[in-house]
Ligand binder design. Structure first.
Ligand SMILES: [Cu+2]
Length: 142
């Protein structure tokens, strides 16, 4: 046996005024200071030396432009710009230095920070056979 529950919720005594009171809810807003983990690249925090220089190398199929770069000894920032249609990369070798960028998608660029002493360095695209196809050059550091 069920009776329909007629909930007469009218407050008998007073009129229901506009309940405009929102109440003061006090929340302790403690934001967790979670910093995103840095990228797993080894960043050698070398301050910009006096002889710092930057170099931009364009990469296309299958060459580097310019194929010979010049830089001053010290910290050199090399920007490899992939203007080609496929993935490239850039590696710098010489005088004990071997450093390379990761894969650079077509249309993207990557930077490589190298500390170079005076001398001649090889630069090339380390991706399958690209070096042999012509993606190579030299960097002369003075
Ligand atoms: Cu390549």
């Amino acid at each position: 046996m069920r009776y329909p529950m007629i909930a007469v919720a009218l407050v008998s005594s007073g009129a229901l005024a506009v309940a405009g009171c929102g109440g003061s809810s006090k929340k302790s807003a403690s934001s967790p200071a979670s910093t995103p983990a840095p990228a797993p690249t080894t960043t050698s925090a070398a301050p910009p030396a006096a002889g710092a220089a930057s170099l931009t190398i364009g990469e296309t199929e299958y060459k580097l432009t310019p194929s010979q770069g010049n830089a001053k000894a010290g910290s050199v920032t090399i920007t490899a710009k992939n203007s080609g249609a496929i993935v490239h990369s850039l590696e710098v070798q010489g005088n004990g230095v071997t450093q390379k960028t990761g894969n650079i998608q077509a249309g993207s660029s990557a930077t490589l920070k190298v500390n170079l002493k005076p001398g001649t360095y090889q630069m090339f695209c380390p991706i399958d056979g690209h070096r042999a196809l012509g993606m190579k050059g030299t960097i002369v550091v003075k």
